[in-house]
Design a protein around this ligand. Sequence first.
Ligand SMILES: Nc1ncnc2c1ncn2[C@@H]1O[C@H](COP(=O)(O)OP(=O)(O)O)[C@@H](O)[C@H]1O
Ligand SMILES: [Mg+2]
Length: 392
Amino acid sequence: MNEIFSTKPSVFRKKAALSEQYLPDKLIARDQQIGEIAELIEPVIHYGLPRNGLIVGKKGIGKTSVIKYVIKEFNEIALKNKINVKTILLNCGIANTVSRVILEIVHQVSPELQVPKTGLSLNEYYNILWDVLNEKQTSIIVILDDIEMLKNLDILASLSQAGEKMYIGDEVYIGIIGISNDLFSSEKISPNLIQSINYKEVIFPPYTEEELRQILEVRSSTAFKDDVIDESVIPTCVLLSQKEGYAYKAIKLLEKSGNIAEKKKEDFVSGKHVFLANDEMKTERGIDALKKLSIHKKLVLFSIVKLIKEHDDKITTGQVVSEYQDICSKLEIDHLGRTSVSKIISEFDMQDIISASLRSRGRYGKTRLISLKWDLNRIKEVLYYDYRLKDL
Ligand SMILES: Nc1ncnc2c1ncn2[C@@H]1O[C@H](COP(=O)(O)OP(=O)(O)O)[C@@H](O)[C@H]1O
Ligand SMILES: [Mg+2]
């Protein structure tokens, strides 16, 4: 029988420590931010009102981890002091509308209550929320993670004014903490809304090289067995992620490097594996970007792939334009003009998907000679994820 599971000892001791959900016991270099967030909700422990906050910083820089850490501590103290408060952490990628946010809050405060998921007016949803809070006498700290995905920010004003407008009783209050990956999100909020929420901003700066190194040291000693990663691994992970300064990439590189060493049935992880992991991540990001292209960009790329396959050689912009336009008429959709297609070709060139160098054709002027930088079959495979291209 084939052995489908490897019985060879693994380089990992606890691989889950490298996953995104893992919350480390100790967070490096975030004491100040932990303190600032704790200050927002600390009054609650002494029967006071929380302050609202907006946490900002680039992706992968510890915002979600820090808030989870703070609310874990807070919940323990609140429980000990018998304070009726609930911290509700919502991801706005999922709870992205007002009604979904309300439904989630209601569910967490009163899980036994059945509320229709659709069909009620916003007012009715709000009333259910106020009733639940009043009836249970529960205060809430609502944390809206990835808040830029929330479709309508009005809910922030409604929640923060509920007390003032006497929708909820004196003993009940609502704190709001938004978390945004967009450093300038506060610029995009209307001044009226800013005034009504009256929040304090907590900024997460990028990690320094030394901080990234420490994060990786601690994490790798949990995740890997002793003495399986050589001394170049962590510096290489730091080197490849320091430009962005974000821990997410550094940890992902560490995880992928381990996976690659394991797949190659090697007993040690080395810097070489980290570089391979970095290439793999680049390809994954590229594939993601391809999947998100607009239909016309996909069709232009499809035309390039098709022509290069047929001609087995470099092709010109003119050829791409006419192939693309043919395909559009086959699909019965309007096509873009030559200038727009040329622009798309330049974009692909800049993204390193193709090379499109300008060549003089003597008195005929200039044209671009196009070749692919990526594997042709790989691009085709990704494009075919889009069912609209299936029959071409
Ligand atoms: N200060 C830190 N100490 C240890 N690990 C960290 C720290 N900051 C971030 N990480 C790790 O980096 C990854 C991304 O962090 P996360 O909190 O999800 O970032 P964000 O919410 O800002 O996108 C997680 O695996 C997290 O455990
Ligand atoms: Mg996050």
